[in-house]
Write a protein that binds this ligand. Sequence first.
Ligand code: GLN
Length: 454
Amino acid sequence: LTQACIDAIDASGALNAFVHKTPEIALEQAAAADARGYADAPALNGIPLGIKDLFCTKGVDSQAASGILKGFKPEYESTVTTKLFDNGAVMLGKLNMDEFAMGSSNESSAYGPAVNPWKVDDRNLTPGGSSGGSAAAVAADLCLGATGTDTGGSIRQPAAFTGTVGIKPTYGRCSRWGIIAYASSLDQAGPMTKTVRDSAIMLSAMAGHDMKDSTSADLAVPDFEAALTGDIKGKVIGIPREYRLDGLNEEITKLWDEGAEMLRAAGAEVRDVSLPHSKYALPAYYVIASAEASSNLARYDGVRFGERAPLGAGDGINEMYEKTRAAGFGPETQRRIMVGTYVLSAGFYDAYYNRARKVRTLIKRDFENVFADGVDAILAPATPTPAFGIGEVSDANPVEMYLNDVFTVTLNLAGLPGIAVPTGMSSNGLPLGLQLIGRPWEEADLLNIAHSVE
Ligand code: GLN
């Protein structure tokens, strides 16, 4: 199986999904899995996976798709990947992504864009982002599953664009230790797979308390696969009225209605709910995420990690910082650092950053109110459109790209779990996905509900 994946990856250059291949490690891990035997073996014994480039993997390039981390080979392994390998998983290599996980199309990657294996008239489409390489690799059967991270939709949006399943667990369910930080109060790891069952199995292996991440929750990890009973009778599903945006793509609207009908047919009660502060989520997210990014990315100074730009005679330490950061960070990352620095600056902190934090609380309360009324999960679109073409959303208009995240960022602000699951096709043959949002720590329930519509 591992060899078949290695061969498929070697033949998949056009997708630009794997950016560092590790066939030697994979074959060694596969041999160890065989030696262990498959009776009573750990859940992922011998299962070949791809790892998003944001995860630190010991001795293996971990660049976060950034020029500034070129050549960085960590001395340590992230907690999530350690857990996967302890469960017998095999690492095929590192997967493409948007630089530092900032983006929704994989186009901000220093390795160039990943390509969606789904095409319309041979046109190259994006697999979404930031976990675009993970989504493309799973959709093209280059691996059986992949890790992703989701700060504001980066697991769910690429899953929806590629007909794959991706779950962003409750904030704190998976350890962030060893995952290169983007926005620490939002970042969360999760699996990307072909089916809900595979995501359930992978998530059970990835999750769990970690002393090295003070925000990881000290809670037992359920057997998520055992929760997939297919029985959702009596579950209450909320349809948030505020997500019915004016001019929303007709096919997405139809998909959403069909999803509600499927849940009703399976015995759930479907009712309208209100999340009144939803329209403020996107601006609040981009203020908070950029603020945290500007602080997290201050560590890339040309001294401790990765590349240092060539210096001229007489250049001092300031020139070294400036030249290294100007050359190493791509345009989107520089934009976020500037926005983040601005909203945190003395004169503007209250007007932007503090206000965004207050909005965040209101958004969290909206969800709490809906769940307190007995709603088990919320059904919404994952994305406003199907996959778009590479280069179609222009660099000149970053806000147009940010608008892609309108349905996904809300739950990151509230720390809630969300899953994207493929439920339909567009008229031109592209996969379409819906999103289910669950109560905190109730991923088992969420996976079971998603399982009934996949
Ligand atoms: N598109 C969002 C952003 O650029 C989401 C990123 C993510 O979830 N990592 O911030």
